[in-house]
Design a protein around this ligand. Structure first.
Ligand code: AN0
Ligand code: CP
Length: 324
């Protein structure tokens, strides 16, 4: 694995999940792997889980981490090639990224989409420019269109909790007060389409995900029908891809309720968090045995640790091929 940006980077996702479950059992087995190495974590947006779980994962590997809220504390960064920088952007990515690359062995980047220009967001300009100019492995901490560390943690959670070889997994759109990215559902769909699950997506009309992410998943506008016999319900809000970045429907009847959970096969309720109670999902579900959101967030450590270990091994192999 050269970088970790999408489901396409790991060679074998089932192997990665197995490795993560082993690391969860023996978290300090690789405590010396990261000696004298540094992970940089750059945040253009807020975070609780990604920031803390990735730092904890680094710590378990003996890696130092340095964290910067670049969106808040750094110089305004320019990403356009050939820009005349007479506005409010003080520094170009062409200098900033290789400078950061000299301080770090691996660099994590969180950068949400602007939700105004679909082509620009889906070109993944920000994370791709870090890939191009940093000279070090790049770890996505949620980019404009994907959140692969979340999806790996989700797959680990499904693997731990499934009660049959091929569970029914339902991704359901749910209401929200703000226009949110498609990154989490895109990524979840991309990973589920590669996993051994019966995958169904349900949302109101107009919330279709980009075809390259929805893939061959079954899609239905009938939420209740989707819930029938489900083993996992994964709720998430997203803004429209078609009418880009817009809230075209915030129908509260799409909230996940206990009544709807009764249609399922005693399903586990999943959400990447943060979640707005009684908007996305009602208290009764989050406070019930159905909810596995805390365990799911816990698995972010093992997802990050597994990916960091693989990136670190790749760096070490390249530096000293005779050692391997
Ligand atoms: C973000 C999103 O929907 O992409 C981050 C989720 C991990 N959520 C919010 O902004 C509420
Ligand atoms: N799920 C997730 O990525 O949470 P944070 O935004 O708090 O990092």
């Amino acid at each position: 694995m050269q970088h970790f940006l999408s489901v396409k980077d790991p060679i074998d996702i089932q192997g990665l999940v197995k490795e993560a479950l082993l690391i969860k059992k023996t978290p300090y087995a690789d405590k010396h792997l990261g000696k004298n190495r540094t992970l940089g974590l750059l945040f253009f947006n807020a975070s609780l889980r990604t920031r803390l779980s990735t730092q904890r994962a680094a710590q378990n590997l003996g890696l130092e981490s340095i964290v910067m809220n670049v969106g808040q504390d750094g110089w305004g960064l320019e990403f356009e090639d050939g820009a005349i920088m007479n506005g409010n952007k003080a520094e170009h990515i062409k200098e900033a990224a290789p400078v950061i690359g000299q301080y770090c062995d691996i660099v994590g980047v969180r950068s949400f989409p602007g939700l105004e220009n679909r082509e620009e967001d889906y070109s993944e300009q920000v994370i791709n420019q870090f890939v191009k100019h940093t000279g070090k492995p790049i770890l996505s901490l949620e980019s404009a269109t994907r959140h692969p560390l979340q999806s790996l943690a989700d797959l680990i959670t499904i693997e731990e909790l499934k009660t049959k070889p091929r569970p029914k997994v339902v991704l359901t759109w749910a209401p929200h007060v703000k226009a949110l990215p498609q990154a989490v559902p895109n990524s979840f769909a991309e990973w589920m389409n590669q996993a051994d699950v019966d995958f169904v997506i349900t949302h109101p009309e107009g919330y279709e995900l980009a075809p390259e992410f929805a893939g061959n998943a079954k899609v239905t506008y009938n939420q209740k029908e989707a819930f029938e016999g489900a083993d996992f319900i994964y709720a998430k809000n997203w803004s429209s891809y078609k009418d880009y970045g817009k809230i075209i429907n915030s129908d509260p009847s799409w909230m996940v309720t206990m009544e709807k959970m009764k249609l399922t096969n005693n399903a586990k309720f999943m959400h990447c968090l943060p979640v707005r109670r009684n908007v996305v999902v009602e208290d009764a579900v989050l406070d019930s045995e159905h909810s596995v959101v805390v365990q799911q967030a816990g698995n972010r450590v093992w997802a990050a640790q597994t990916v960091l270990k693989n990136l670190l091994l790749k760096v070490m192999r390249e530096e000293s091929p005779y050692l391997f």
